[in-house]
Design a binder for this molecule. Structure first.
Ligand SMILES: Cc1ncc(COP(=O)(O)O)c(C=O)c1O
Length: 365
């Protein structure tokens, strides 16, 4: 076999080829996507409305922005639609071109990639393992250099699954507003939280115009292929910059059509939250009893696990699980995550049981 490549959470095709396991036999605990799959209602509606593709989407996505506004309790005037959260992360960074950015890490690598494209300095403020990756807000504010242009927060954070409460976010936003620092808050995983209202910054949008919340449907609505994301900010000036830089019709008409259906699908939304919340509690409670690992209270739909057994690496654990068709995330590629860590998302109860059975004897001392 060639030297093992570095795999990311959604690299199922490469993993299937490398290990000679058919894709359909792999359970993806790495991609953080809702195990329920697409809602049946959305599937049916899509199938009978395919002609939507024959039309351009509305340039202003007016109906879609109304739906997002109703879903998030936000003003549609504050909403911008994009091609996945990824396009909005990219537009935000290229529109702002910060000379210096501070990213709270360890975190999702795409922020660093986008920041590297616009030049400037990138610094990390690292969450501390000894504090279970909980953020010490006064310490962060001390670390913010006066010439920082952008602060990046992922909430809940990937891969630690830790989260900041709304009051902490407000403290940060107030401080940053005084110093002219813009804040990007990636809430890709916020709807999975035990209490989404307690951690989302959307309620602060009318009060602070120095930040943007970014969200999408890839994870919660199991639709990463749709490429529908949105941003929420009350900065008129910044919305204008985004619109000037964004290609027209950036989200396809089918994406806009399906997006509306998803955000209005209350039954699916509730079913998802119930499944994730109960399975997250069950798995976390079990993992906490294992001697060979340390876990951290999860706020997203995935759990970070530190391996404590001497000599056992995250790569060993990945190999062990993939041989049984269970694809977890080896976290060794996450910058500044010192130690051996794996991450896995919540799947169906039966699949979760399979993963627990696979890891139980292997990771426990
Ligand atoms: C924190 C975070 N933000 C954004 C994304 C990408 O989201 P989208 O598919 O909406 O572009 C991911 C994907 O893994 C992610 O983990």
């Amino acid at each position: 076999m060639d030297k093992k490549p570095e795999f990311h959470g959604s690299d199922i095709e490469q993993i299937s080829q490398y290990y000679h396991i058919p894709q359909e036999d792999i359970v993806s605990f790495g991609a953080n996507v809702n195990p329920l799959g697409l809602s049946e209602h959305v599937k049916e509606q899509l199938a009978s409305n395919l002609d939507v593709i024959t039309r351009y989407p509305d340039r202003n996505y007016a109906r879609l922005r109304d739906t997002i506004g109703a879903y998030c309790h936000a003003d549609p005037e504050h909403i911008v639609v994009g091609n996945g959260s990824t396009e909005l992360i990219s537009l935000l960074i290229s529109g702002l071109r910060p000379k210096k950015a501070l990213v709270i890490g360890p975190t999702y690598s795409e922020y660093a990639r986008e920041l590297s494209l616009v030049g400037g300095t990138l610094e990390y403020y690292n969450l501390r393992e000894e504090k279970d990756f909980a953020l010490d807000v006064p310490d962060l504010l001390d670390a913010l250099a006066p010439d920082t242009g952008l602060l990046v927060i992922c909430n809940p954070n990937n891969p630690t699954s830790s989260a900041l409460a709304c009051a902490q976010l407000e403290e940060i936003l107030r401080f940053c507003r005084e110093r002219g620092i813009f804040v990007m808050i990636d809430e890709t995983y916020a709807e999975f939280a035990p209490e989404p209202e307690a951690i989302t910054a959307i309620g602060l949008v009318p009060k602070y115009d120095n930040f943007m919340v970014i969200r999408g449907v890839s994870k919660y609505f199991a639709a990463p292929g749709l490429r529908f994301g949105y941003g929420i900010t009350s900065s008129r000036a910044f919305l204008d910059v985004l619109h000037r830089h964004q290609n027209p019709w950036s989200l396809s008409s089918i994406g806009a059509f399906a997006g509306r259906l998803m955000l209005e699908d209350d039954t699916y939304i509730q079913k998802t939250w119930n499944l994730i919340d109960s399975e997250r509690t069950r798995l976390f409670n079990e993992l906490r009893t294992w001697k060979g690992v340390k876990t951290y209270r999860p706020y997203a739909n995935f759990i970070l696990v530190r391996l404590l057994r001497e000599g056992l690496t995250s790569s060993d654990a990945f190999e062990h699980a993939i041989r049984q068709g269970l694809m977890i995330r080896d976290c060794s590629s996450f910058r500044s995550l010192d130690g051996e860590y794996i991450r896995f998302c919540i799947m169906d109860p039966e699949d979760n049981d399979r993963l627990m059975a696979c890891l139980r004897g292997y990771l426990e001392v």
